[in-house]
Design a protein around this ligand. Structure first.
Ligand SMILES: Cc1cc2nc3c(=O)[nH]c(=O)nc-3n(C[C@H](O)[C@H](O)[C@H](O)COP(=O)(O)OP(=O)(O)OC[C@H]3O[C@@H](n4cnc5c(N)ncnc54)[C@H](O)[C@@H]3O)c2cc1C
Length: 407
């Protein structure tokens, strides 16, 4: 006989576990089906930007992340080739009442969130395989756990199972895709005890963009972003070594410490591609987080996107939404959000890492606009930290990309 839940959430990552927590807290019967038995470092997002922290607060999961050891980053310092320190971004002033970005190891965040969901009464099943949409007219999911096959029926299935979502494929939802315009490699490191962790760092030099997000205790998540041609730069048996050596950017003051840091996880590279859809829902199914489409990781938005999705879907579900028509406003808002974030990501890639001969001119073009607080560019870039909805419609101008590229 099938088990019964109000909502089945497939995927217990940041998005799925947060939504499960928030719905269970409101008294709904929630089952979470998570493929892993233990969360592992898959080189994912570990810095939640201020607009995402606001979403976390509204979902009730900010405290959970802080209790799990999240490190608050009130400031970013920016370094640039030929300039040294080029600017500061006050994360503590991006969103009213939000003290900064939150940096937390991805597996620790997922574990804390799934435990919190279980503590609110969600039925969490780990190590599931062969998860399939089932049930014909009414939403249901079949899966295998241990040696046993199971089925659970519900009023709604939430697909929160990441970029390669099987729920999405089985529901027949197709994503549009922009091919990679960059590649993002990441590595967790220890041993940065001499590097101040009261601010995070971005630096751009040559064809590389470097990011350092402190987690406290001398640990930081490092990312290196390169152009589309750099796909294999940090892969193979010497990938980690090459990664650390490439962090030695003369424009930033912590090169010596970073290149000598101790790897604390795998080094992996992901494409800077984008996916989206206007309809992240179907009969009995709604998608959240990467399953519904992902932004280019160059601007580190995925955690915030997943939490905005979880908060929006929570509110709709508590209002009784179960049908595609009821989720249409979510699809429309998400489409607009992803369009704006795509423009920001492309502007950042075009000025920082895109394979081009006029890179210096492109960077100068952007730097001038930022220094002059030109609303078109300034507001667009701040939208990545304060939330893409702060950008007025008339300032969303994709022709900006042509102007950057032809600088
Ligand atoms: C290199 C890189 C750097 C990034 N940096 C940042 C950053 O700094 N800040 C930021 O905000 N974002 C960043 N992101 C994006 C961010 O990591 C993702 O957008 C975010 O993790 C998406 O969360 P999610 O819950 O949708 O999916 P996921 O984190 O992918 O979680 C999906 C869950 O579903 C489970 N699952 C998968 N298949 C199944 C199945 N069939 N059945 C059951 N369970 C299943 C998985 O085990 C996993 O637990 C980065 C991404 C990359 C690749």
């Amino acid at each position: 006989m099938a088990d019964v839940a109000d909502v089945v959430v497939v995927g217990g990552g940041i998005g799925g576990a947060s939504l499960a927590f928030a719905l269970a807290r409101e008294g709904l019967g929630v089952t979470v089906l998570e493929a892993t038995l233990e969360y592992e470092d898959r080189v994912r997002g570990e810095s939640l930007l201020p607009w995402g922290v606001k979403e976390a607060r509204q979902l009730g999961v900010e405290e959970i992340m802080l209790d799990a050891g999240a490190h608050v980053a009130p400031l970013w310092k920016q370094y640039s080739e030929g300039l040294g320190q080029a600017g500061e971004l006050p994360m503590s002033r991006m969103v009213d009442g939000i003290p900064g970005a939150l940096n937390l190891r991805h597996p620790a965040a997922c574990q804390a969130l799934i435990e919190a969901a279980a503590a609110q009464g969600a039925n969490v099943v780990r190590g599931v395989r062969e998860v399939k949409l089932a049930g014909g007219g009414s939403p249901a999911v079949s899966y295998v756990a241990g040696a046993q096959a199971h089925e659970v029926t519900a009023s709604l299935v939430v697909g929160a199972n990441g970029r390669a979502s099987t729920v999405r494929k089985q529901a027949g939802i197709v994503l549009a895709r922009q091919e990679p315009i960059s590649h993002v490699a990441g590595l967790l490191v220890d041993g940065l005890d001499d590097v101040p962790d009261d601010h995070d760092v971005t630096a751009t030099e040559g064809d590389i963009m470097f990011l350092m997000f402190h987690q406290g205790g001398g640990r930081a998540r490092l990312y290196l972003v390169v152009g589309a041609s750099g796909q294999h730069r940090f892969s193979g048996p010497h990938g980690t070594e090459q990664f650390l050596a490439s962090c030695a950017l003369p424009c930033q003051p912590w090169s010596e410490q970073v290149t000598a840091a101790k790897p604390a996880g795998p080094c992996a590279t992901y494409p800077g591609d984008e996916t989206w859809t206007a309809t992240p829902y179907a009969e009995g199914v709604v998608l959240i987080g990467d399953a519904a489409g992902h932004n280019n990781p160059i601007i580190g938005q995925g955690l915030s996107i997943a939490l905005r999705d979880a908060r929006t879907v929570r509110d709709l579900v508590l209002d009784g939404a179960r049908t595609p028509a009821a989720f249409a406003p979510y699809g429309q808002e998400r489409l607009t959000r992803m369009e704006r974030l795509r423009l920001i990501a492309e502007a950042v890639a075009a000025t920082r890492v895109e394979d081009a001969t006029n890179r210096a001119a492109r960077r100068a073009f952007l730097a001038e606009k930022v220094a002059a607080k030109d609303p078109e560019v300034f507001t667009l870039l701040i939208g990545a930290f304060a939330g893409p909805e702060i950008i007025p419609d008339e300032l969303v101008r994709p022709d900006l990309l042509d102007r950057i590229r032809s600088a």
